[in-house]
Structures are given as C-alpha cells and as structure tokens.
Design a protein around this ligand. Structure first.
Ligand code: TMO
Length: 312
C-alpha cells in the first residue's frame, strides 16, 4: 500500500515538474509531409517538419500531386497538408472530407488570392488603360501578344495540374477567347522567368500568380474579374464567368493523426502563418536562391520566437 502510494505521488510530482500539459507519447512512425511545386509550400513543409523534429518526432517528405494529395491524406498514405488554398484545392479537400478520413485543422492567419494579374509597372505606365478592371482587357490584346499567341493576347497560366481548365473556361465564358489565348507554364519558375524578361523589356504581360507570395513585396496587381460566388464555376454548375475567391488557407490531416501523434498534432493545430511570413518563405528561394531545406533552416533559426511557443 505504502509502495503504491509512493509510486503515485512520484508520478504526480513528475507531471507537476514538467509543467503545462502532459502529452501522451507520439508514435515513432514518421509523419508524412507532402511537397508540391511552388516555393512557399516546400519551404513550409521543411519548416513544419523541423518543428516536429524539434520535439523528437520522425518526419518524411514525399513529392505529391497537389490535387490527388487529399485522397492520399484520407487514405493515410500522407499525414498532413499545410497549404490548402481555397480557390485551387477547396473542392478536392471537401470531396475527400465527404468520403471520410480527412480533418480540417484550422486556418492560417493569411488570406489568399489565386488570380490572373499584371506586374505593377503595367498599371503605372498605363499599358492597358482601365486595368485592373477586367473589361479593359477587351481593348489591349495586342499589348499582351507574344510570338506563340497567334496574334491574340497571351495569358500565362500556371501548370495545368493546379486547376485544370479553370482559366481557359473563364476566358471563354467572359467572351474574351477571340482576343486571348491561355498558355500553361511548365513550372512556377517558368512564370517568374517570363515576368523577369517582360520587366527587362518593359512589355505587357498577364500571368497567373497568388498571394501570399514573394511578389507581394515588389507589387503585383490582380485583375478584378466578376466577383466569385459559390457555384459560379463550371465545375460547380455555374457558367464560369467569375473571378477567384478572396479565400482561406487551411491545414488538413488524416483523422488518426491526433491519436498517433498528439504532441505534433497539437502543434499543427496551433500553428498559423501570416501573409508576410509565407511571402518570406517563398522569397528565400525565389529571390535569395536558397535551397528549400536551407530556406527552412534559416527561417526557423530567425523565427524561434514565432514557433517555439507552439511547442510548449
Ligand atoms: C496553389 N497556388 C498557390 C500555386 O496557387
């Protein structure tokens, strides 16, 4: 009896001396984090993985398709997604949720926009009067023509894996398809290279882009298309003649994650990045030319005051 009492008191003393919440032990199984094909997402993968490693958890990174990943999380092949952008991935996320197995782990502080736009000098130099209102595009196709655009204005879209024919469908729905052609870039880097050469030559250019991104610092103006409403897209039963939503960026996880890795899950639930922080993560790669891993290491070293409180 006395022995039992001592053991109980001992355990209580240990729990008290640790302070704060006493976490159940995380599984030794690795937390699987996906990497996609834009910079902030890959840097943030290593940032969050680094935070999980700081509490002794194991992490693995796997390259994954940015749409199919939600089904993989639902199935348990991948543990989390840390950048669920509303406009591009909202439908796939909720489709997976409806099938069962993926949970919503909350929003980042940053709000998002994934939209066509022009670099600031296009507006400042009035290359297409009336921009950023979309109707202005009707009168300036020639300003945005390129060698491969068949005399039409070129719209440089991101890789087709992001959101399929959303932009070609929209351009058609707005009656702009006789004046504009949508070309898909092979990679995000191809968009940045085209923006850089257009700037050097002082020529007009329309590309897909998003915020938060490294381009926030220099200035990029998104075109104002007809306001997004739920159901306006062709995939959702509408006619497609609408812009992208000013949206959220969520975190998602496999439904077992809170049970297998309660400490890591608690951190993942608390963590939230701002527009500035996510823009910085992209800039470390796209402007400073660090590798994604080095960018994450640098970000973690310089921002301990931001992330360490989430681990306590
Ligand atoms: C998903 N993205 C941020 C590239 O639009």
């Amino acid at each position: 009896m006395l022995k039992y009492l001592n053991t109980t008191l001992g355990a209580a003393a240990i729990a008290l001396s640790l302070g704060g919440a006493a976490f159940a032990q995380d599984s030794a199984e690795p937390i699987i984090i996906p990497t996609h094909n834009w910079s902030s997402q890959v840097v943030m993968a290593y940032v969050i993985g680094g935070i999980f490693e700081s509490i002794g958890d194991k992490v693995e990174y796997v390259p994954a398709d940015s749409q199919a990943v939600y089904e993989a999380i639902r199935n348990g092949d991948i543990t989390i997604s840390h950048e669920v952008w509303q406009s591009t991935f909202g439908a796939s996320f909720y489709n997976a949720m409806a099938k069962g197995g993926i949970i919503d782990v909350g929003n980042h502080d940053a709000s998002t926009l994934e939209e066509l736009g022009v670099p600031r000098y296009v507006i400042e130099q009035n290359l297409c009067p009336g921009l950023p209102a979309w109707e202005a595009l009707k009168e300036c196709a020639a300003v945005f023509a390129t060698a491969d655009s068949e005399g039409k204005g070129r719209i440089l879209e991101g890789p087709q894996s992001w959101h399929g024919d959303l932009m070609p469908d929209r351009i058609k729905a707005l009656g702009l398809d006789d004046k504009y052609v949508v070309k898909f870039a092979g990679s995000a880097d191809a968009i940045w290279a085209e923006l850089a050469s257009a700037k050097k030559e002082g020529r007009g250019i329309i590309t897909f882009n998003w915020t938060p991104n490294f381009t926030d610092a220099e200035g990029f103006d998104f075109i104002q298309f007809p306001v997004y409403t739920d159901g306006c897209r062709i995939a959702d039963g509408g006619d497609g003649s609408c812009g992208s939503p000013l949206g959220w960026m969520k975190k998602a996880a496999n439904y077992k994650f809170p049970k297998t890795h309660p400490a890591a899950y608690t951190i993942f639930s608390k963590l939230s990045f701002t527009t500035t922080q996510i823009g910085q993560m992209a800039a470390l790669v796209d402007i400073d030319k660090l590798s994604h891993e080095d960018a994450a290491k640098k970000w973690l070293a310089e921002n301990e005051a931001v992330w360490m409180p989430w681990t306590k």
